[in-house]
Design a protein around this ligand. Structure first.
Ligand code: NAD
Length: 444
C-alpha cells in the first residue's frame, strides 16, 4: 500500500519505518528541511533502539522516502497519517495548530479519496475539527465532490522500545464508522495482526479518549506508588516490600508500580494536563487526575529535599555527581525530565552538577549550553570526581551494578541519593555508604 506520514518525530518516523519494513511504500513529510536532509542521508535525529537499521534498510530498498514536498506526499498515499506534535498551549490544553495545519495541507493538495488518520494524541472532538477544516478547504477549492474520511488511530509506543512496540503492538485502535476505512486500515495493519486479533474498532470519540485514558491510568499508577512511598518512608515501612506484596495480586500486577522521582517525558505530563483542561472545559472536575498531577509535581522535588536536609540546608559550593538525565532509560528525551527540576534546584541553591547519561548528553548540552554550573562528563566514573554525593535519577542498565569501591574512592563523601531504588540499603550501609532512596529508610 502507499502510505504518507506527516511528521518524522518519535511517532511518525517509527511508524513510517515499520510500515515500510513489511512492504508498504511510505513517504514521510516534515516541514523541518534539516531533519529531512539528515534522514535522507540515513542520519537519525533521535535515539531509539533498532530504528537506524530499519530506516537505512528500507530507504535503500526504495520503500521509505523523506521529503518536505507536501504536495508529493498527499499525491502518494491513500492513507495519510498525521503524526505531528500536540504540545500543551498556555493553559495546558492540547495545541492543535500543527494537526490542523496538516489537515489543511492535505485538503489543499488532494485529488482523490484520502483516509486521513490522526496518529497524534488529540482530545476528543479533534477528528471532527480535522473533518471540518478539510471540508472548508475543499469548498474553497470548489472540490466538494472529493471524498475523505478521518480516522482516529492513536499510538501507544513507549520511547526506548518504540520499534519493538510498533512491530508487536498490544492493540491497534481504529476509530471510525466508515466500513471502507476499517477495511483499508485492516489491510494496512494485517502484517502486525497475525498472532492474535489486536484490532479494536470503535467510534472516533472513544478512540480519541482511549489514548488519554491509557496514559492517565499509567500516570495514576506512578503517582499512587509515589504516594505510598512517601507514606512508607514516614511510617517506617519499606516500599519495595510493599511493591512486591501488592504486585503479586494479579488484579494489580507488577508492571508500572515502581516508586521514583516522578513521571516525565513528552506524553504523561502533557496528556494528564490536557485531559484535566478538557474536563474543565465541560465543567467537569477531574479530581483524580488533578491529584495525580499534584503528587507528580511534588515527587520531582523529593530528592532535592533529601539532599538539602542531609547537608543541613546549605548546598552553596557543593558539587553533585548526577547519573541519568533522560526522563527514562533507553531514550535521549529530556522533555519534562525530573533531572531538570533537580539540577535547576541544585543550581538555585548554589551547587554545581557533574552529569553523565549514556544517550542524553547532546540534548542536555543543547538545553543548558550557557550554564557554567553544569559539567557534562564522558563517563559515569568521571562524573564522580571529588563530588560531595552521587545522585541517581534515571535507572539505566549500566548503573545497576557499579564498582562501589571506585565510587567511594572518587566521591569526597560516600553518600548516594538514589531516586530509583537501584541498590539494597543494608548492603550499601555495609559498604560504608550513607544511602538515601525512595520510600525506604535512609541507611548508613
Ligand atoms: P515530535 O515533536 O518528536 O515530532 C513531530 C514532528 O512533526 C517534527 O519533526 C516536526 O517538524 C513535524 N511537523 C510539525 N508540523 C508539521 C507539518 N505541518 N507537516 C509535517 N511535519 C510537521 O513528536 P512525537 O513525539 O513524535 O509526537 C507526535 C504525536 O504523537 C504527539 O501528539 C504525541 O503526543 C503523540 N505520541 C507520542 C509518543 C512518544 O512517546 N513520543 C507516544 C505516543 C503518542
Amino acid at each position: 500500500m502507499n502510505v504518507t506520514v506527516f511528521g518524522t518525530g518519535y511517532v511518525g518516523l517509527v511508524q513510517g519505518a515499520i510500515l515500510a519494513n513489511v512492504g508498504h511504500h511510505v513517504v514521510c513529510v516534515d516541514v523541518d528541511a534539516e531533519k529531512v536532509d539528515k534522514l535522507t542521508q540515513g542520519i537519525i535525529p533521535i535515539y531509539e533502539p533498532g530504528l537506524e537499521a530499519l530506516v537505512k534498510e528500507n530507504s535503500a530498498a526504495g520503500r521509505l522516502r523523506f521529503t518536505t514536498d507536501a504536495a508529493a506526499g498527499v499525491a502518494h498515499g491513500a492513507v495519510q497519517f498525521i503524526a505531528v506534535g500536540t504540545p500543551p498551549d498556555e493553559d495546558g490544553s492540547a495545541d492543535l495548530q500543527y494537526v490542523l495545519k496538516v489537515a489543511e495541507t492535505i485538503a489543499e493538495h488532494m485529488q482523490a479519496h484520502r483516509i486521513i488518520v490522526d496518529k497524534s494524541t488529540v482530545p476528543v472532538g479533534t477528528a471532527d475539527k480535522v473533518r471540518a477544516r478539510v471540508a472548508q478547504v475543499l469548498e474553497q477549492r470548489g472540490e466538494t465532490a472529493l471524498s475523505f474520511d478521518v480516522v482516529s488511530n492513536p499510538e501507544f509506543l513507549k520511547e526506548g522500545s518504540a520499534v519493538a512496540d510498533c512491530q508487536k503492538p498490544d492493540r491497534i485502535i481504529i476509530g471510525t464508522e466508515d466500513d471502507h476505512s476499517v477495511e483499508v486500515m485492516r489491510e494496512l495493519y494485517a502484517p502486525f495482526n497475525r498472532n492474535h486479533e489486536k484490532i479494536i474498532v470503535m467510534d472516533v470519540k472513544s478512540a480519541e479518549l482511549t489514548k488519554y485514558a491509557a496514559n492517565c491510568m499509567l500516570a495514576t499508577k506512578i503517582s499512587f506508588m509515589n504516594e505510598m512511598a512517601n507514606l512508607a518512608e514516614r511510617l517506617g515501612a519499606d516500599i519495595e516490600a510493599v511493591r512486591q506484596g501488592i504486585g503479586s495480586d494479579p488484579r494489580i500486577g507488577y508492571q508500572f508500580i515502581y516508586p521514583g522521582v516522578g513521571y516525565g517525558g513528552s506524553c504523561f505530563p502533557k496528556d494528564v494536563q490536557a485531559l484535566i483542561r478538557a474536563a474543565d472545559a465541560i465543567d467537569f472536575d477531574a479530581k483524580v487526575l488533578k491529584a495525580v498531577e499534584k503528587r507528580n509535581y511534588q515527587q520531582k522535588t523529593t530528592l532535592f529535599e533529601k539532599i538539602l536536609a542531609h547537608f543541613d540546608g546549605d548546598l552553596s559550593g557543593r558539587t553533585f555527581a548526577l547519573w541519568g538525565l533522560a526522563f527514562k532509560p533507553n531514550t535521549d528525551d529530556m522533555r519534562e525530565a525530573p533531572s531538570r527540576v533537580l539540577m535547576e534546584a541544585l543550581w538555585a541553591a548554589g551547587a554545581q552538577v557533574q552529569a553523565y547519561d549514556p544517550e542524553a548528553m547532546e540534548e542536555t548540552q543543547r538545553l543548558y549550553a550557557d550554564r557554567d554550573v553544569l559539567s557534562l562528563c564522558g563517563t559515569k566514573e568521571a562524573a564522580l570526581k571529588n563530588a560531595d554525593a552521587l545522585v541517581i535519577v534515571t535507572d539505566w542498565q549500566s548503573f545497576k551494578a557499579p564498582d562501589f569501591d571506585l565510587i567511594k574512592q572518587k566521591l569526597s563523601q560516600p553518600t548516594i541519593f538514589d531516586g530509583r531504588n537501584m541498590y539494597d540499603p543494608k548492603r550499601m550501609a555495609r559498604k560504608g555508604f550513607t544511602y538515601y532512596s525512595v520510600g525506604r529508610q535512609a541507611a548508613f
